[in-house]
Ligand binder design. Structure first.
Ligand SMILES: NC(=O)c1ccc[n+]([C@@H]2O[C@H](COP(=O)([O-])OP(=O)(O)OC[C@H]3O[C@@H](n4cnc5c(N)ncnc54)[C@H](O)[C@@H]3O)[C@@H](O)[C@H]2O)c1
Length: 331
């Protein structure tokens, strides 16, 4: 029986991973550690709350003495670190917490993982560490060019994690995913912000001209890729995780407007008011990168993984999830 230590498992991606892992590995014990900052919620894993194979601790990964007790008690075989400060806008306002959690918190986990001889350490990172490019896509050996404090803190974490493989032979792997979307994402992020604003008939802020291009992956595909990778990775390597699907932010907003208006019950008067008139072009984010794009062939070649979800169907599922939440809240 394997014991997994998942940090950040009450957040958006981490909680999907915890639930998918719980369903996929029936004899695994999952130790889920999360500080429950503004972006984490125990509601995100309520379907497995009473399971004997899932244990939740509210703890800060920067509190090494607490984390050490958990390593001693549970002796994890596999560590997956999702815990992070994750919102670019917040990192522009203040980068302090980003360095604390995304670098110093990670450092403590790497030291404890080394001391306790874990079998695998998976560091979850982002395509933002590569910075922007106008054409083509970055492979894993591209130079890092992070251009906002969030991305810089993640790049620092990636390099630190990889150094523990090269210096200490800790079996580390770093994954860099494209933008995720799906159920339970915090409202500050682009997709839920657009849908929730629409449903409240509020203006939808669009940075600059909205022509920034992002690559999108459904969160369940990201988690599926991680499950494959855990079974079959080369320590010290970096793996990009992407669907290869790119879209301009403004096109995404227009698509979500159409889907949400269509998804509303015919008698709901908001259906007519949810239209492009809600789009509000606001001053661009400082240092806003115009396009991210990564190549995903290394992961596909090494593990055989490929995305299971079509973008349009998955984004429609996400809209439906927000609509059913809206209906429940309205009852
Ligand atoms: N969401 C995306 O589009 C995306 C894309 C690529 C990579 N990632 C990476 O995936 C990871 C998870 O992202 P997310 O979108 O789920 O973020 P999120 O903000 O939804 O979740 C982060 C979780 O970490 C927890 N946390 C924060 N600081 C902590 C601390 N000091 N100790 C313990 N727990 C702490 C929070 O409470 C929260 O539950 C991050 O490392 C992020 O960089 C996310």
């Amino acid at each position: 029986m394997k014991t997994y230590l998942i940090t950040g498992g009450a957040g958006f991606v981490g909680s999907h991973f915890v639930r998918i892992l719980h369903g996929a590995e029936k004899d695994a014990l999952i130790i889920n550690v999360d500080k429950l900052t503004y972006s984490g919620s125990m509601d995100n894993f309520k379907s497995i709350k009473s399971s004997k194979r899932h244990v939740f601790y509210r703890a800060d990964i920067c509190r090494q003495e607490i984390l050490e007790k958990l390593y001693e008690r549970h002796k994890p075989d596999i560590v997956v670190n999702f815990a992070a400060e994750s919102h670019v806008d917040r990192s522009i306002d203040s980068s302090r917490k980003f360095i604390r959690t995304n670098v110093e918190g990670l450092r403590g986990m790497l030291d404890l993982s080394l001391k306790h001889g874990v079998e695998s350490f998976i560091q979850i990172s982002t395509d933002e560490v590569y910075g922007p490019l106008s054409e083509g896509s970055f492979s894993e050996n591209a130079c890092l060019n992070p251009r906002n404090p969030y991305a810089a803190s993640k790049a620092a974490g990636d390099l630190l994690a990889l150094s523990y493989k090269h210096t200490h032979d800790l079996p580390v792997v770093v994954t860099r995913s494209a933008n995720n979307f799906g159920e339970n994402q915090h409202r500050e992020k682009l997709v839920p912000k657009i849908i929730e604003n629409e449903l409240e008939l509020k203006k939808i802020p669009i940075y600059g001209d909205g022509r920034q291009v992002r690559e999108w992956i459904y969160v369940k595909d990201h988690c599926g890729a991680l499950l494959e990778l855990i079974k079959n990775f080369k320590p010290g390597e970096i793996y990009n995780i992407t669907s290869g699907f790119e879209m301009e932010n403004i096109e995404l907003a227009k698509m979500l407007i159409k889907m949400t208006a269509k998804g509303l019950n015919g008698s709901d008067s908001r259906a007519k008011e949810i239209n492009e008139g809600l789009l509000d072009f606001v001053e661009d984010r400082k240092g806003h990168d115009f396009r991210y794009s990564i190549r995903g062939d290394k992961l596909r070649n090494d593990t055989g993984w490929k995305p299971a979800y079509d973008f349009e169907k998955a984004i429609e599922k996400t809209v439906d999830w927000h609509l059913s939440l809206d209906r429940r809240n309205g009852d």
